[in-house]
Design a protein around this ligand. Structure first.
Ligand code: S3P
Length: 173
């Protein structure tokens, strides 16, 4: 199947494995992976956490909007991994075919705690600093992700290899 702009856009909550899946998918499909947070960090020459700390979340969301316009206009043939709040941008679906990687809040927190450098991974995500708030955000975001998704892939308990296989079957790529 031909995907929009030949791009696949992965959305989902922080820590669900968008980056890991994107890297495995781009390797399998022999195409490039662009990570939104990495692009913002390099274009601002600042870490995400520093952008939040110095300029606040609103400023970060504006940077995401500008990046979305750039991607929709300029990028083709890529796997695009997004930050957890990127799905809010208006023109998300103009960028490419959108896949929501879905897992429960508990499974996501477990995945993060069991991962290598877990403390670093938690510390670099300002919106995970308060677990109660993060759980409420997960509940709220689920609706957003479901609304924006062209496809939903349940990832809980699955390996990156299994997830890649499912995506390839779904999109016929
Ligand atoms: C955010 C998710 C983060 C990063 C920023 C805000 C969010 O990306 O963009 O900390 O609003 O959910 P990951 O989903 O890669 O952690």
């Amino acid at each position: 199947m031909k995907t929009k702009n030949n791009n696949i856009v992965l959305i989902g909550f922080m820590g669900v494995g968008k980056g890991t899946t994107a890297r495995a998918l781009s390797k399998a499909l022999k195409t490039m992976n662009l990570d939104c947070d990495d692009l913002l960090e390099s274009s601002q020459n600042m870490k995400i956490k520093a952008i939040f700390d110095e300029f606040g979340e609103e400023h970060f969301r504006r940077l995401e909007k500008d990046l979305a316009k750039f991607l929709a206009t300029n990028v083709k043939n890529a796997i695009i991994s997004t930050g957890g709040g990127f799905a809010k941008v208006k023109n998300l679906n103009k960028i490419g075919t959108v896949i929501y990687l879905k897992a429960s809040f508990d499974a996501i927190m477990q995945r993060l705690k069991n991962s290598k450098n877990s403390e670093k991974k938690l510390a670099k995500r300002p919106l995970l600093s308060d677990l109660k708030k993060a759980e409420a955000l997960h509940l709220e975001r689920e609706k957003l992700y479901e609304k924006k998704a062209d496809y939903i892939v349940e990832v809980e308990g699955k390996t990156p290899k299994q997830i890649v296989k499912e995506i390839r079957i779904l999109l016929k790529v």
